[in-house]
Write a protein that binds this ligand. Structure first.
Ligand code: FAD
Length: 287
């Protein structure tokens, strides 16, 4: 349980971190809260020669409003998201999601940037990030680019981040009128990771017809995904309980669910359908 030897750097700015990333390339790893990377290093599943600790890069720790959006710095801890008064008003879905991650120790150390960059198939944030249609700002020595949430999660533990790139910010839309959101999950008993987690965002028009709907599901497949078939059935309709129940039956459509010692593929697909309905029902009551 002792990691392989590595050199340790503690930059105090993004520029300094990027210079180190450029210098050490594929042999370097960024360290955020360490709650995914350190266990991997202890198991020697990751053996970086250089570790670049972002813990002192204060410019990456913030939650602030910008017009119709809220911007969250990559090094913002889960506990800060969970307790942010701004997010509670403008993006309660992220607050609800952060509040059910692991336990208090994990939430005190883990960061939103580390979680999405790691892209664990059982992590909670990816479901919410997808349902919110968030955008992610990444920088490298060559410049910056924005990546849509849907393009960011590529596969299990794989994102669109390229070597030399650092995730700096997550941009989410602020809550609109006549909108309801919810995140519900089934935690794996020992760790709290999601066997299934469903995030729902619903917006209705004056006649209570569904104008916008987005459902993000994590824990079920190798990567978090949008439940497009569910969304398609609800868009433009009045959100009656029977319609929500029928649409939720499509929550695992086109998905090849994970099958492991924690849950069978069949059980995960079942959870996706049941928790999709619960998330949508809860979101409706909050409109
Ligand atoms: P780190 O472990 O430091 O880094 C993870 C990866 O992301 C590394 O590869 C690192 O190089 C890369 N990285 C970090 N920051 C950046 C950046 N800014 N740009 C580019 N790459 C970056 N998660 C859940 O979602 N739900 C749970 O219920 C849950 N339960 C947990 C229970 C336990 C006991 C533990 C140990 C962890 C649990 N987690 C859970 C994971 C936790 O949320 C971690 O915080 C998260 O997965 C990783 O965030 P981190 O800040 O610790 O990142």
């Amino acid at each position: 349980m002792i990691p392989a030897a590595f050199d340790y750097f503690r930059p105090t700015s993004v520029d300094e971190a990027l210079a180190l990333l450029e210098q050490y390339g594929g042999e370097a790893k960024l360290l955020a809260g360490g709650h995914s990377l350190i266990p991997l290093m202890k198991l020697r599943l990751a053996q970086p020669r250089y570790v670049i600790d972002l813990g002192r890069v204060r410019e990456l720790e913030y939650v602030r409003e910008s017009g119709d959006h809220v911007l969250i710095g990559a090094m913002t801890r889960h506990v800060t998201v969970e307790t942010s008064e701004l997010l509670e008003r403008r993006c309660p879905l992220l607050v609800e999601t952060a509040s059910v991650i692991g336990d208090a120790q994990v939430r005190n150390m883990g960061t939103i940037g580390g979680s999405v960059a790691h892209a664990d198939p059982a992590a909670d944030y990816p479901a919410a990030i997808l349902a919110l249609e968030a955008e992610l700002r990444v920088v490298s020595r060559q410049g910056e680019r924005w990546i849509r949430a849907e393009d960011f999660f590529v596969d299990m533990l794989t994102t669109a981040l390229q070597p030399g790139e650092l995730l700096v910010e997550i941009k989410v839309p602020a809550l609109q009128p006549r909108t309801g959101t919810a995140y519900v999950k089934v935690p794996q008993k020992a760790s709290g990771f999601a066997l299934c987690g469903v995030a729902a965002v619903l917006r209705v028009d004056e006649n209570r017809r569904c104008q916008e709907v987005a459902v993000g599901i994590t824990g079920v497949a190798p990567k978090a995904y949008r439940a497009r078939a569910v969304e398609q059935m609800l868009r433009g309709q009045v959100l009656e309980p029977s319609l929500i129940a029928a649409a939720s039956e499509k929550a695992a459509e086109g998905i090849d669910p994970l099958d492991d010692l924690h849950a069978s593929a069949e059980y995960r697909a079942h959870l996706a359908r049941v928790y999709c309905r619960r998330a949508l029902e809860r979101a409706v009551t909050r409109i």
